[in-house]
Design a protein around this ligand. Structure first.
Ligand code: PMP
Length: 322
């Protein structure tokens, strides 16, 4: 779908995937005015294609657009485009365990000019691709690398927006994590460099021995849809979930004392995955026995069950396509 300031959104098309032709002076190539979403379509046992909370992705996309001085795409156009593509590609939704059709809606500035100002022309596209499990080798729990060199978001910056530039700035930290044999990077706050914020592509939860849970507050972190869903499910079971700052010192001492029972990461790609080990230039410790604990497992089973249509959906999160 195209956007031009004078025409609004128009020219919706479905085409075979292929290269885009862009003028070298297209605004996105210079000033990175680009935002995206990540979502998945699943196949239910009854054979239906379903999406998980597409309205939440549409709402976050609007917020990202606002932050990046881009036009807001109405929710019905966002969800309508995603549904139209899933409908066409429904045979490509893998039926295998852990498989899904990954959807990548994105929008970028396409106006041809070199001045620094918001573009007046944009392109919104959705691509689809079949995917299997996120972490290779069906790992039980992942190892994370705490970045002491780089942060991902400062107050007043773009941390809460899903814009490409955030990920470009985080790549070097993710590369360091990989070089050190870790699966994901943990980013700390940009001001004090003490408080845990989130992973490269996931939010984080801590589970304590009194049954309560904690997740870092919104502000500079991405407001994850999985994060919000986990909070709803846990609170529904009577679990106290605090949105509170949590420092690396607390993480280390709580892990050592046994007060901290489980830690997990969550996001569309990996859904819910236990964090077993923490490493960094100043860190090296294990959480519990380094595997997946019972709270993490129960939440994962419930959430994946809702998403795949094998468990009841009391929240109305799953939307059938077609
Ligand atoms: N944080 C970051 C930085 C992410 O890229 C993602 C993935 N979109 C998340 C958190 C989790 O968000 P969601 O649950 O909506 O996938």
């Amino acid at each position: 779908i195209r956007y031009q300031a004078e025409k609004g959104w128009h020219d919706a098309q479905v085409t075979a995937r292929g290269p885009l032709s862009l003028d070298p002076a297209s605004a996105v190539l210079h000033y990175a005015q680009e935002i995206f979403e990540g979502m998945k379509a699943y196949r239910t046992p009854a054979g239906d294609a379903v999406l998980f909370r597409p309205d939440a992705n549409a709402a976050r996309f609007r917020e990202s657009a606002r932050r990046m001085a881009m036009p807001e795409l109405p929710d019905e156009l966002f969800v309508g485009a995603v549904e139209a593509l899933v409908n066409i590609d429904r045979d490509w939704i893998p039926a295998v365990e852990g498989g899904s059709l990954y959807l990548r809606p994105f929008m970028f500035a396409s106006e041809v000019f070199l001045g620094v100002k918001p573009s007046s022309e944009y392109l919104f596209l959705v691509i689809a691709s079949s995917v299997g499990a996120y972490f290779k080798g069906g790992k039980d729990a992942v190892t994370v690398w705490v970045s002491s060199d780089y942060t991902r978001a400062a107050p007043g910056g773009t941390g809460a927006a899903k814009c490409g530039g955030n990920y470009a700035a985080g790549l070097i930290a993710q590369a360091q994590a990989s070089e050190n044999g870790c699966d994901q990077v943990v980013f700390l706050d940009a001001v004090e460099r003490r408080y845990v914020e989130e992973l490269g592509g996931m939010n984080i939860f801590f589970v304590f021995d009194d049954g309560s849970m904690l997740t870092p507050p919104l502000g500079t972190v991405l407001p994850g849809i999985t994060r919000a869903s986990v909070m709803t499910m846990a609170r529904d079971k009577g679990v106290e979930v605090r949105e509170q700052l949590y420092s690396m010192e607390d993480w280390r001492t709580d892990a050592a004392s046994g007060r901290l029972k489980e830690v997990f990461a969550c996001g569309t790609a990996a859904v819910i995955t236990a964090i077993g080990e923490v490493r960094g230039t100043e860190h090296g410790f294990t959480i519990g026995n380094g595997g997946t604990g019972p709270v993490t497992r129960a939440l994962r089973d419930e959430l994946t069950g809702i998403q795949r249509g094998t468990r009841p959906d009391p929240y109305g999160w799953v939307k059938k396509v077609g």
